[in-house]
Design a protein around this ligand. Sequence first.
Ligand code: SAH
Length: 350
Amino acid sequence: MSLATQLNDRIKQYGPITVADYMRTALLHPEFGYYTRKDPLGIQGDFITAPEISQIFGELIGLWLAEQWRILGKPESIIVEPGPGRGTLMADIIRATQHVQGFHDAISIHFIEGSPVLREKQKQALKGHHPRVQWHTDFKKLPAKPLLLAANEFFDALPVRQFMYAADGWCERMVNVDAEGKLHFILVREIPPVDFPAVSDVIFEYGEDGAHITRTISTHIRTHGGAGVIVDYGFDGGSRGDTLQAVKNHKFHDTLHDPGTADLSCHVDFERMKRNAEAQKVAAYGPVTQGAFLNALGAKARAAILCKNAPHKKASVISGLERLLSPDTMGHLFKVLCIVPMKHPKPEGF
Ligand code: SAH
């Protein structure tokens, strides 16, 4: 049985499902989900992410977190990474901060990961790097300590619902199945759970899980202290319409074709994320572009050191960095937002 067949049966029996339900099932179905079954990252996989492109990304984020920890007064803290993929970002964070006095002794590492395959990869990547590493499936049981959070390409994987103001009022875009068993989108009368401007025929996306997680992180930072940095591709307010996309083998794929075999993601609305954070009485800065953020943190100087230490790697160091920084590749599309307590000084890079 495939996931397509299962979804067909379910929709035939119970009716159309929301785009969020569709995403959630396609990505994390316990048996056939995309992330449940495979490691999607890298050249052999379907897509590649910043930490997999260049170690500089994780190193600078590591130093940024250690600096926030210093400003917080060097408390015993938890480092939390949701959606850690292969564990590369955390391995780079740990390596880059090994000489920050007291840091490694003060922290424990907490991964939030839904995929058993990727958990295994993360275990391998972190082996011997740090004595205290734990895995969670969600944010519910994090220890009540200051939170240092790094998230890269996690929020784009969270399910969104889609709404549209059509001629006869608000509708939700849902996934239905036709007589031949083919999945397709339909509009169903439904009032959105948040206020969207009633602009005809524009799709608005609402990510309930993303909003909930932003609130959880923010409340934790307000209550116990901490600092979070969130990197993802996305936009700063307004609507981008339908941003649901499927990627397979580094190419775009039909979003409804063969669910569970392609990555599904959406652009992150950073303005909404910022408002959700601020509503919890924390300070949120950004979004700034990934290019501006990494430049401000000294990406070029770091690259120069890497090239000096390993001249044979110069070409790949330079091309990796270029890919992270250039407006034509990831430099502009990817954005960075940070969340800190109200009285915390504005962090570097924002
Ligand atoms: N941060 C990594 C991987 C990005 S891929 C990198 O930059 O390379 C998205 C990651 O989020 C994967 O690890 C995936 O398994 C995880 N993930 C997606 N949805 C999730 C959810 N709802 N709960 C927990 N983890 C999730």
